[in-house]
Design a protein around this ligand. Structure first.
Ligand code: DHH
Ligand code: MN
Ligand code: MN
Ligand code: MN
Length: 307
């Protein structure tokens, strides 16, 4: 398989700037080598150009960011590679999902997260854009929201029926209302407990893409995993997905052969000591390898020769 890696050191979607260190932390820990070692053809497309706040006013900044991200994701996908986007905070998904829609029209979205990230600017209590990305992208929400200055270039590109949540456990009232009003399929941690991860993933994939034809966009917020696994993230919530559940989700999505774009977001290496950073980065790295074909049952390269 061919993978294009795109760093997206985004931090303006929230208040803890350390997410801009996310891409470097993952690369420095050997991400590219790990992916190559599992037999992938890996190309590093560098980092998206995220102008820092001091240079441009927020409105100008926001139009630049999603457009840069969308443009770069589109370019990676058009080069015939799956796209791996390293965050950066979850507001980058405005650009990555929009960019995916420029390359492939009928994507479905698996949103793995403790949070629903679908507040509109009107329902948000924090005003942090990383809690809003889906509200900019979902067609049905547009009559109920407002365009933020600078987001004109981002067009809604997915329908409520094209999204499934896995891992929710911190959903704001406005978000819960939206999920029910538009019938967005969601498997919170309660459903994971009730059904088990196997049935959750099976239901999620069959609901989104019963014919097994549509490209999948996995937007994986590392805070979906239990905070014991990911100490370095900005909005931790107790009682998250186990490491095994996180690995299972990604193995099964990779096994469809249609995993086209993967966001790995909200790694903030500055939120903890060196040991915390190591734990966080190692967990994120393993999750990433499962997205691109590595499995706990083991694999061997195509050119393996049995001695
Ligand atoms: N729902 C909260 C928390 C959002 C968390 C964003 C991301 O980590 O999922 C808000 O809107 O601020
Ligand atoms: Mn194109
Ligand atoms: Mn989250
Ligand atoms: Mn998120």
């Amino acid at each position: 398989g061919k993978v294009g890696v795109l760093g997206c050191p985004m931090y303006h979607g929230q208040t803890k700037p350390g997410t801009k260190e996310g891409p470097a932390a993952l690369r420095d820990a050997g991400l590219l080598e790990m992916l190559k070692d599992q037999g992938l053809d890996v190309k590093d497309f560098g980092d998206v150009n995220i102008p820092c706040l001091e240079e441009v006013p927020l409105s100008d900044l926001s139009v630049k960011n999603p457009k840069n991200i969308a443009t770069d994701v589109h370019k990676v996908l058009d080069s015939g590679r799956a796209c791996l986007v390293l965050g950066g905070d979850h507001s980058l998904a405005i650009g990555s999902i929009y960019g995916h829609s420029l390359a492939e029209l009928d994507q479905v979205v698996v949103w793995v997260d403790a949070h629903a990230d679908i507040n509109t600017p009107l329902t948000s209590t924090s005003g942090n854009i990383h809690g809003m990305p889906l509200s900019f992208l979902v067609h049905e929400l547009q009559p109920y929201t407002c365009k933020l200055p600078g987001f004109e270039s981002i067009k809604p590109c997915i329908s409520a029926k094209d999204i499934v949540y896995i891992g929710l456990r911190s959903v704001d009232p406005g978000e819960r209302y939206i999920i029910e009003k538009f019938g967005i399929q969601s498997f919170s941690i309660s459903e994971v407990d009730k059904l088990g991860i196997k049935e959750v993933v099976e239901k999620a994939i069959n609901y989104l893409d019963p014919e097994g034809k549509r490209p999948i966009h996995l937007s994986f917020d590392v805070d979906a995993l239990d905070p014991s696994l990911i100490p370095c993230t900005g909005t931790p919530v107790l009682g998250g997905l186990s490491f095994r559940e996180g690995n299972y989700i990604c193995e099964e999505l990779a096994a469809t052969g249609r995993l086209s774009c993967v966001d790995i977001v909200e790694v903030n290496p500055t939120l903890g000591n060196e040991r915390d950073k190591e734990i966080t980065v190692n967990a994120a790295l393993q999750i990433i390898t499962r997205c691109f074909g590595n499995r706990r049952q083991g694999i061997y390269p195509k050119d393996y020769i049995f001695p």
